[in-house]
Design a protein around this ligand. Structure first.
Ligand code: SAH
Ligand code: SF4
Length: 391
């Protein structure tokens, strides 16, 4: 019998009722779009072709207005405009950091807001997207975990964040212009707000759209999903999405991980590692990223580094060390640079890449774990966090 306290998902379910209004085409899978077009009167034998045409307009060219879909008959465009919309989240604010990082606050249905961060680097541009409003989990070092109100984002709201960024970066192709192979937005990381594996279907459908060769066309190798360790969904992630996987590992004993990443009480380190051993083979990915936040005096000793190496033995891995990003009221401090370097060195000498993540966009609170929408002010109390994490 399982005696462990279950971690419930407890997601606020907002009825997604759109009976009278037009249906948003953004976020529908190809099959769902086909069904929607048929229901609106498209002859069945034409439906697949129409999906192909509309799909290209929306996801390749970035067109939102049916009137501009010029390879469709005028009457058909009118029918589309009567029944459907092509809608993405609305940008409420856009902040640009001194280092070029951009943070967007976007509004979604129900008036909720989530944050999206674009991080330009010399050889790539990474978009960090959110999968939930807030998070049901309560990792004690994470700002998002203190946000009380939670709902899952729809697939349209997830892929819509990518479309928002492409709009802002001016990255939709221009008809007739020579094909530009350089991508400002070349990578996606699901490392914003929320636990993506607690919103599996919507995340999967959105990432399928991002990978679709007739649209945004990002390789599955350029998409990384980060999870705190929802073990039962890991095999499915390999089979149904096939993207790169990052694990919020953060500790080398169950005792410490229980306090930092409370989902560890449900699926402890040994079970998590078992699930990870098969991931690279099934998903055909090269290696798994282990994220490890460096917390002064909590998880950053030499002994921790050595235990980490032992634990991941046999897993093709890279260890991403994240200097803790502080937020108001955070109960931890960042490890010193010397400590982080010493830790990285032990791991590197054992044969693993151990990059130290440079905090980006700190001046606009865009760094890892700092995201929390200002409108969702209902904070969990310190006592509640302490109770939930056992700290
Ligand atoms: N919920 C998912 C994805 C979002 S968090 C997950 O937990 O994996 C993205 C990464 O930022 C995770 O590794 C998370 O542990 C880390 N993180 C959270 N708060 C942080 C903070 N204050 N400083 C540094 N990293 C943090
Ligand atoms: Fe949720 Fe990830 Fe933050 Fe944990 S680290 S509270 S799983 S967003």
């Amino acid at each position: 019998m399982d005696t462990k306290a279950p971690i419930t998902q407890d997601v606020l379910t907002i009825p997604r009722k759109l009976p009278d209004g037009p249906t948003n085409l953004v976020g529908l899978t190809r099959d769902a779009m086909r069904d929607a077009l048929i229901a609106a009167g498209t002859p069945e034998k034409q439906a697949k072709m129409r999906v192909g045409q509309i799909w290209q307009w929306i996801y390749h060219w970035g067109v939102r207005d049916f009137a501009q879909m010029t390879n469709l008959a005028k009457d058909y465009r009118v029918m589309l405009a009567e029944n459907f919309v092509v809608a993405i989240p609305e940008v409420v604010t856009r902040q640009v950091s001194e280092d070029g990082t951009r943070k967007y606050l976007v509004r979604i249905a129900g008036g909720h807001e989530v944050e999206v961060v674009y991080i330009p680097e010399t050889d790539r541009g990474t978009l960090c997207i959110s999968s939930q409003v807030g998070c049901t989990l309560t990792c004690s070092f994470c700002h998002t975990g203190t946000q009380k109100l939670v709902r899952n984002l729809t697939a349209g709201e997830i892929i819509g964040q990518v479309m928002v960024a492409r709009d802002d970066l001016g990255e939709w192709p221009v008809p007739g212009a020579p094909k530009d192979e350089t991508r400002l937005l070349s990578n996606i990381v699901l490392m914003g707000m929320g636990e993506p594996l607690y919103n599996f279907e919507n995340v999967r459908d959105a990432m399928k759209i991002a990978m679709d060769p007739d649209g945004i066309q990002l390789s599955r190798r350029r998409i990384t999903l980060s999870t705190s360790g929802v073990v039962p969904e890991i095999a499915r992630t390999a089979q149904e999405i096939g993207c790169q996987l990052a694990i919020s590992f953060h500790a080398t004993t169950d005792e410490v991980r229980d306090t930092l990443v409370p989902i560890n009480k449900r699926w402890p380190i040994a079970e998590l590692l078992d699930a990870l051993r098969t991931y690279p083979k099934v998903s055909n990915s090269e290696r798994i990223t282990f994220e490890y936040v460096m917390l002064d005096g909590v998880n950053d000793s030499d002994a921790d580094a050595r235990r980490l190496i032992k634990l991941i033995d046999g897993i093709p891995a890279k260890i991403n060390l994240i200097p803790f990003n502080e937020w108001p009221g955070a109960p931890y401090r960042r490890s010193s640079n010397n400590r982080i370097r010493a830790f990285a060195d032990i791991i590197y000498k054992a044969g693993y890449a151990s990059p130290i993540r440079t905090p980006r966009g700190e001046d606009i609170m865009a760094a890892c774990g700092q995201l929390k929408s200002a409108t969702e002010r209902a904070r969990k109390s310190k006592a509640q966090i302490a109770q939930e994490t056992g700290l």
